[in-house]
Write a protein that binds this ligand. Structure first.
Ligand code: ZN
Ligand code: ZN
Ligand code: ZN
Length: 141
């Protein structure tokens, strides 16, 4: 998803377009990786001093409610990234160091037929954590 699509979705859902919201979306669009709420706050406060964590966090929750952002929790911290534009069902491998993701096109649900019979599944979540090639080969300082 890009910033234009995200703004369009926001409008459809009845949320007002504001410069701050657009700047948050642009931050995510620049870098396709998981970013913590704290990083978003630091960035926004460097532009608007005195902007509160609540304001930033409220916007991140709205964006994730209307599926503009995907949310995950890494090391006890909520992190966000722009939702993938692809309509194909897939999962992510997430780098614990830089937050970048890679797509996994296999789905573990495909192997769970017996479970499907005894439980009406409405959704599922599957993420693989580790280190990307780049982070793995960079010596830790
Ligand atoms: Zn994806
Ligand atoms: Zn990495
Ligand atoms: Zn799946």
């Amino acid at each position: 998803m890009n910033v234009e699509e995200a703004l369009e979705r926001m409008k459809e859902k009845g949320y007002k377009h504001t410069t701050k919201r657009q700047e948050i979306l642009e931050l995510f669009a620049r870098d396709s990786r998981y970013i913590s709420a704290k990083e978003v706050l630091d960035y926004m406060q460097s532009r608007y001093s005195g902007l509160s964590f609540d304001t930033v966090y409220r916007n991140l929750s709205i964006f994730s409610d209307i599926d503009i952002l995907e949310m995950t929790e890494l090391e006890g911290e909520k992190r966000f990234r722009l939702s993938c534009a692809t309509p194909h069902h897939h999962h992510h491998m997430i780098c614990m160091s830089c937050g970048r993701t890679k797509h996994v096109h296999a789905c573990p649900m495909d192997t769970l037929d017996p479970v499907k019979e005894e439980f009406e599944i409405t959704d599922h979540k599957f993420e693989i954590y580790g280190y990307c090639q780049e982070c793995k080969t960079t010596p830790v300082n």
